[in-house]
Ligand binder design. Structure first.
Ligand SMILES: NC(=O)c1ccc[n+]([C@@H]2O[C@H](COP(=O)([O-])OP(=O)(O)OC[C@H]3O[C@@H](n4cnc5c(N)ncnc54)[C@H](OP(=O)(O)O)[C@@H]3O)[C@@H](O)[C@H]2O)c1
Length: 415
């Protein structure tokens, strides 16, 4: 079936929804029209006449002339109800809602397939970066070995400003909230749930595996302190919140963790609200895609691209999902980390495989070494205010478990 004329029922007229409307106004040649907009608050002032809006979702969902639902609301549970109903009614869906997708991924994919309609979500990951279609189409037959991403614009903005403008984390967060970059409740971003939801989506297209968000470890930047910032500056590291996935021995290691990145790292200069995804593939080797990861127009541009793709009946084929080999998530891999702590009781729960460096001074202690991700998860110390963990490049280590004395000397020489 070719979607000749696209008649859209739009849900949400906030940052992205109103941006999409504006983009439509500036592209009069689009063979698509927004017929009705579903919103929540009747008393809100709108930039369009009241006749455009409805507060009753069924007015849109039951309208048979509407063949495409664009879902851009900020309530993942309600979005799931709207999107499921739309798919069941045989309407194509375009959404930017990563939380909804990550929590109901298999159900939604099955619903779209059963009803022979498309479910597209380019805007849900990396804002304007065309990563989903790139993974689906370009890397269709190349075996991916690794994928890393800066997938959250809010935290990248906070980290950039904190490091470059000598401001504290709390100061920059307040500034980001005032600018509308960070939400009043920034938990999803700063605790790294948002990039984890995006990683769930990427895993399906990159490696052919659908996981529950709870299966992936996420640790954000809430505990970042001036000590960690000074540590980064002294070594000319940038700090990035990185979602990582790699295939190791037919298993997938995937997690979200802050990372100290050196100047020669592709992510070093990805700043502010920019996102980036680096894909490592067997034949094409490393490739970096970067672009604005948030904001009204960049996100609307990705939504528009999906709407346009519906005109030629585009649907994800999930080539890799359909392969027989289903890689499993493996949290037993060793990762190289920087762990800052104030009380050495943390070591009652941790057993480092190797220690490259250790530093102790009043109130500021850190250790750099390798530890298994599973051990880090089991230790249950990551909610402590006095602990901050970040991945760090592996420097060639000395003997296994170097003596504390010699490493203290080494650490002191750089402080
Ligand atoms: N902002 C970004 O840069 C960005 C980037 C990528 C993806 N996204 C995703 O895009 C989606 C929208 O984000 P946003 O930033 O545009 O949100 P937003 O500015 O907070 O706007 C949310 C909109 O959803 C409407 N809404 C909320 N609950 C509703 C319900 N139950 N029924 C109908 N409408 C409802 C609100 O209605 P009222 O107008 O009546 O309040 C509002 O128009 C989210 O899934 C977000 O994660 C956003």
């Amino acid at each position: 079936m070719t979607t000749k004329h696209t008649t859209i029922g739009l849900f949400g007229f906030g940052c992205v929804g109103s941006g999409l409307y504006e983009v439509f106004q500036q592209n009069p040649t689009l063979q698509a029209q927004i017929k009705k907009i579903g919103v929540k608050h009747p008393d809100k002032k709108r930039s369009l006449p009241a006749s455009y809006f409805t507060f009753n979702k069924n007015e849109i969902l039951e309208d048979e002339s509407i063949n495409v639902i664009v879902e851009l609301i900020d309530d993942a549970d309600e979005a799931f109800i709207i999107v499921s109903e739309a798919l069941q009614r045989g309407k194509h869906v375009v959404t930017a809602n990563k939380k909804m997708l990550a929590n109901h991924f298999q159900t939604l994919i099955d619903l779209a397939k059963k009803n022979n309609v498309s479910l597209l979500y380019e805007a849900a990951v990396g804002g304007s970066i065309p990563i989903i279609r790139t993974l689906e189409e370009y890397y269709n037959n190349d075996t991916l070995t690794q994928l890393d991403g800066i997938l959250n614009g809010t935290t990248n903005y906070i980290l950039t400003k904190t490091l470059n403008e000598q401001k504290s984390y709390d100061e920059v967060l307040k500034e980001a909230q005032a600018l509308g970059f960070a939400e009043s409740n920034p938990t999803m971003d700063v605790q790294a749930f948002d990039p984890k939801f995006k990683l769930v989506i990427l895993l399906a297209h990159a490696f052919g595996v659908i996981v529950r968000p709870e299966q992936l470890f996420n640790y954000g930047i809430e505990q970042l302190s001036q000590h960690d910032i000074r540590f980064a500056k002294q070594r000319d590291y940038a700090i990035k919140l990185v979602a990582s996935a790699a295939i190791v021995h037919h298993k997938i290691q995937a997690f979200v963790l802050p990372k100290f990145v050196p100047q020669n790292d592709s992510f070093y200069a990805v700043n502010n609200e920019f996102n980036a995804v680096q894909v490592s593939a067997a034949f094409s080797d490393k490739q970096l895609l970067t672009g604005k990861g948030a904001g009204s127009f960049p996100t609307a541009a990705a939504v528009l691209s999906d709407i346009s793709a519906l005109r030629y009946n585009y649907a994800y084929e999930y080539h890799k999902l359909n392969k027989h080999l289903k890689p499993e998530i493996d949290n037993n891999a060793f990762i190289h980390i920087y762990l800052r702590y104030s009380n050495s009781d943390v070591f009652e729960k941790l057993q480092f495989e190797t220690v490259n460096e250790e530093y102790r001074s009043k109130g500021y202690n850190y250790i750099i070494g390798s530890i298994s991700l599973q051990q880090l998860i089991d230790a249950d110390l990551l909610n402590r205010r006095d602990v901050f963990v970040a991945a760090i490049e592996e420097v060639p280590h000395q003997s296994k478990k170097t003596t504390i004395d010699s490493t203290i000397k080494l650490a002191e020489s750089i402080h």
